[in-house]
Design a protein around this ligand. Structure first.
Ligand code: SF4
Length: 352
């Protein structure tokens, strides 16, 4: 079992973030913020997919005005994503943001930051200090070498944190993102060592969903297994619901999220398989779609290793030539012809 790194607990509207509560999944809307109807629809879809917080970009005054309308229409706490413009942060705070994300790489004037701190304090708004490798790489007017970027990210976060602390503000969440797996791990370990604020983890600009899964799981898997990470966002191009699904899968794999639907285990197949196991597994997966039970179902390609490998499953199908043996918790309960496998499986599932 993973031992979480001990952090402060930060309230973001009705949602808590920190080691005292489970890791929170979040994502971002990807439709224009001013299109309130589409935004509301996407926020609700994300909430249904498991997001407990949703972030929204507010680059213009019209966006913060739309943000205020969104706050009134959805129950999930909303985070305003602010870059470059301190005024937008204050508008979002006044509009009811549960949290604002500030980027130390592009809001740099001390007076601006202090004004945001005072507004966030007055409205009890949380703040994420979220530095990105891409936004600090040119800070000194030239490209900063890769080996110096980690130190600079940490320096930028520390500068912000000290300013917030000087105003007795502690509703902070910290993050540092890179599109590089090893740098993401390294910078987050340093933040975890240096501060006890909750950490938002993510690999930025990870790519299309099919390309983003592996690097995101590699970076966040290492961090989360070390207890680092209190809220998670997977960055992928396209439908944000995919972000929530990948986040959930990573957390489930690490035992940090309770599965509510069946898990399908399929043997990799080898020369011993006597029927098309992959095709059968796809049919089983489809049949499991309507089942809302956290069951473990296995599809195995033969009876040589199948029963042993499926012993941990609630239900297992071990195939042979033209037939299959059905096992329930490791005990064989029936033998069915190939064309009745799915029906027999569904029958068993209904009784579990
Ligand atoms: S269960 Fe049978 S078919 Fe599948 S990989 Fe193992 S030995 Fe091969």
């Amino acid at each position: 079992m993973i031992k979480r790194r001990k952090t402060k607990t930060v309230k973001v509207g009705s949602v808590k973030i920190g080691s005292s509560v489970p890791v929170v999944i979040q994502s971002m809307t990807k439709v224009p913020t001013v299109d309130v109807a589409r935004c509301v629809k996407q926020i609700r879809k994300l909430a249904n997919a498991g997001c407990r917080l949703v972030r929204i970009a507010v680059p213009t005054r019209a966006d913060t005005a739309a943000f205020a309308r969104l706050v009134e229409r959805v129950s999930v706490p909303l985070i305003a994503d602010v870059h470059f413009n301190a005024r937008r942060a204050i508008e979002a705070i006044e509009a009811g943001a549960a949290k604002v994300r500030l980027n130390p790489g592009n809001i740099r004037k001390r007076a601006d930051i202090l004004r945001i701190i005072d507004a966030a304090k007055m409205h009890e708004t949380a703040v994420r200090i979220g530095v990105n490798e891409a936004s600090i790489r040119d800070l000194k007017g030239q490209d900063i070498p890769i080996h110096k970027r980690i130190a600079l990210m940490l320096k930028e976060i520390t500068r912000y944190v000290r300013l917030f602390e000087s105003r007795n503000f502690s509703r902070l969440v910290l993050s540092a993102k890179s599109s590089d797996v090893l740098r993401t791990i390294e910078i987050n370990r340093l933040i975890a060592e240096g501060f006890d604020y909750p950490i938002h983890v993510g690999l930025t600009h990870a790519g299309l969903p099919e390309d983003a899964c592996v690097p995101s799981a590699a970076a966040l898997g290492v961090l989360l297994a070390e207890g680092i990470g209190d809220t998670i966002r997977i960055s992928v191009a396209g439908d944000p619901v995919a972000e929530a699904e990948i986040a959930k899968q990573i957390l489930i794999a690490l035992g940090l999220y309770e599965r509510s639907r069946p898990e399908l285990i399929v043997c990799p197949t080898c020369a011993r398989a006597q029927i098309d196991v992959t095709k059968l597994a796809r049919r089983v997966k489809k049949a499991l779609r309507g089942i809302d039970k956290p069951l473990r179902v296995a599809v195995m390609g033969c009876v040589v290793n199948g029963p042993g490998e499926a012993a941990d499953a609630d239900l297992a199908i071990c195939t042979a030539t033209t037939k299959a043996y059905i096992y329930r918790k490791g005990r064989r309960i029936s033998t069915v012809p190939e064309n009745k496998i799915i029906g027999a499986l569904l029958n068993e599932l209904r009784n579990m």
